[in-house]
Design a protein around this ligand. Structure first.
Ligand code: SF4
Length: 360
């Protein structure tokens, strides 16, 4: 296995891919990586600096914590203030500033905030604390949504009445469409997310090629994976083609994962979701279907949410749309650091600002 993985870091293979990229380079092009893990991988391996002149890699909206709107953060904080509530959340969410507080500050003020690694951990906390309400903070894309669906189904089967979900999950294709329709950023091609595509497959991106004529390649996360994906994009641009291709065949089937998709579909319906920096996008969020509506934390607990205020000077919205680099934000490194983050892009391990801070 280790030998197998070493191939994806092999400098000889990487050199070959770079030669292909240079040979097919169209001169001027903007390639957007929409996945936060790709952003970190590109930064860590120095791929951005190896691109031919005129080819720019732009980060997109693929960090789930970063795209969570400030009003959603405020709602989670309000849920944490409801008496007897336990908030179960992924670690990055605790440090994201809302309008006046964060889950970390709420924890310091005595609220019960617990870090979990899976929604099933939250379910266990609910089973162990029958007198308390456990709210799982559901952020993420199609990679985490199936597990949340399974947790909700299990809660219903077990008649667990003290478990609920703050459903802020999002799906990726709608956000990509909103970005490529933005006249400020002329995206030439997309480096499509490997993880999300293991669930949804290649089909949901087909409109990019067919409606907008924009090529997309689904890639993995190792340096050779990324370079192979970029080389395939360059070849398409060179040949004047637009198709959705898979450079991550060891992880992604064209049709995705039917079991995971069925779990999402059984528990969730799509709805309009508000994205940080992009605003409301129709069909890009998930809400619980009627059968599972009793597990919706907001309608169950009716929290008092404060008036939302955006963090002053933070340009996360422009970073997420790829129209600004993190180091172009006036607060970057001066005021905003991983120890003292002003916005979520500096908090999350997949955030562009945190990646720039660490690697550039
Ligand atoms: S550097 Fe900080 S303030 Fe600026 S966009 Fe990034 S997170 Fe927001």
């Amino acid at each position: 296995m280790e030998e197998e993985l070493a191939r994806f870091k092999d400098p000889v293979l990487a050199r070959r891919m770079l030669d292909a990229i240079a040979a097919f380079s169209p001169g001027e092009a903007v390639l957007m990586e929409v996945c936060g893990t790709h952003t970190v991988s590109i930064a860590r391996s120095g791929i951005r600096d190896l691109m031919p002149a005129g080819v720019r890699l732009a980060s997109g909206p693929g960090c789930p914590v970063c795209v969570t709107s400030n009003s959603d953060i405020d709602t989670v904080i309000a849920l944490a203030r409801v008496p007897e509530v336990i908030i179960a959340t992924f670690g990055d969410m605790t440090r994201v500033p809302g309008s006046t507080s964060s889950l970390l500050k709420e924890q310091a003020d005595g609220r019960d905030i617990r870090i979990v690694y899976s929604p099933l951990d939250a379910l266990r906390i609910a089973q162990d604390n029958p007198g308390r309400e456990v709210v799982f903070v559901g952020v993420g894309f199609e990679t985490t949504t199936p597990l949340v669906a399974i947790a909700v189904k299990r809660a219903l089967e077990e008649g667990l009445e003290n478990f609920s979900v703050f459903a802020a999950h999002k799906n990726m294709p709608g956000a990509i469409e909103a970005i490529i329709a933005d006249p400020k950023l002329k995206v030439s091609a997309l480096i499509l997310p490997g993880h999300v595509s293991t669930i949804i497959g290649a089909e949901p991106y087909r409109f990019l090629a067919e409606k907008y004529g924009i090529p997309g390649v689904i890639t993995g996360f190792e340096p050779v994976d990324m370079l192979q994906g970029i080389a395939m994009i360059m070849r398409q641009l060179h040949e004047g083609r637009a198709a959705i291709e898979i450079a991550y065949a060891r992880g992604v089937m064209p049709e995705g994962n039917p079991v995971a998709k069925a779990a999402i579909d059984e528990v969730f319906d799509t709805c309009t979701a508000t994205w940080r920096g992009l605003g409301p996008i129709e069909g890009s969020g998930y809400r619980l279907r009627e059968r599972y509506a009793g597990f919706d934390a907001v309608s169950k607990l009716r929290p008092q949410v404060e008036q939302t205020r955006e963090p002053k000077g933070c340009r996360c919205g422009d970073i997420l749309r790829g129209i600004m680099r993190p180091d172009e934000c006036p607060l970057f490194r001066r005021v905003c650091t991983p120890e003292n983050p002003v916005g979520p892009c500096m908090v999350s391990s997949e955030g562009s600002c945190a990646a720039y801070f660490r690697y550039y």
